[in-house]
Design a protein around this ligand. Sequence first.
Ligand SMILES: [Zn+2]
Ligand SMILES: [Zn+2]
Ligand SMILES: [Zn+2]
Ligand SMILES: [Zn+2]
Ligand SMILES: [Zn+2]
Ligand SMILES: [Zn+2]
Ligand SMILES: [Zn+2]
Length: 356
Amino acid sequence: MNSEIRRLGLDASFAAAGNEDQAVSVLCPICHDYMEDAKEVDCEGRHVFCGPCIKNVSDREKPCPFCRGRFSKMERPHALMRTLIEQIKWKCVNFEGGCSFTGTKKQLEKHLDDDCEIQEVKCPFIGCPKKMQRAPLEAHKNSCPYRLVACGHCDEQVCFNSKQTHNKSCPKFPVPCPNKCGKKVLREAVSDHLQKECAEELVDCRVSGCGESVKRKMMEQHEDGNMKKHVKLLHAEVEKMEIFQTEIDKLQSELDKQQEQTKTLHTELDKMKADVDTLKAQSQSRQLQSFSSSTRDILDVFVRLPDFETRSAGMQKGHGQYLESTSFLFQVRDCEGALSLVYRSPDPAWYSPSLM
Ligand SMILES: [Zn+2]
Ligand SMILES: [Zn+2]
Ligand SMILES: [Zn+2]
Ligand SMILES: [Zn+2]
Ligand SMILES: [Zn+2]
Ligand SMILES: [Zn+2]
Ligand SMILES: [Zn+2]
């Protein structure tokens, strides 16, 4: 509550017409101002004071400042008393200056803040120390050196008395070209102006190898006066480019050749693969042939089993006759050799080496 208390220095002389008698009873006996955050103490007279004023007394353990009686409690006053304090009407604190306003303490505060023509008000512009009555302040605000004004070049609002300073750094402020070409350009566009259009700016001759820098406005003259030199330089440039082109062509043809070689190698590789396939096929067919030729080496051979012959002859057939045995299949190694051995022998028989 204490922080909201606003002292206006009211006394009985500020009571509005008809409120004079009650006004006395709502003034604090300690500070003699309007009673703020009123508190009633439990002395015999139950006297009422501003909250902060009586708290100060209570903290120092002093008696009631009005009747010197002891008190131990501070309470909100009776509702009737509270209403009286709140509702009593006052004249404007500037009534002597001619303000005719009357109202409660709350209304008076608002009147002083917003309306009272005679109330002294601080100039609202940052930095301005002026304090004056509301009416002349309105006029002052229009000429206050601290008032905000539009820059006029950029979008910023600037303090009137620092506009000059602002202009020295405002990006949109027109400044004369630093080369003194006679043009005025926005501060932020100076480097663009120099790079692209300033007649007084030194620029490099565009002819490669010329190496001269002249003012932009003199470039045409430079080009006219250096035609021979420029043609020579351009010619050299063209030659250089031709050599370069030849180099490129050479490299290209080498590349083509290499690609051709790669192609040939691929073809050869394919051929070799095909050869390998053919060889594989041939080798397979040869194996097949050698197999079939080896089948030709198989002979039908009659085998004599003397014991079997003797016994069967005695049992079934006449003496001296041969009994044909079942035919057996033999595979003979070195068939030709074996055959020649058989054919050369008077007795056409061939005996295998003994297995035993
Ligand atoms: Zn007081
Ligand atoms: Zn008292
Ligand atoms: Zn007023
Ligand atoms: Zn001002
Ligand atoms: Zn500006
Ligand atoms: Zn310029
Ligand atoms: Zn040049």
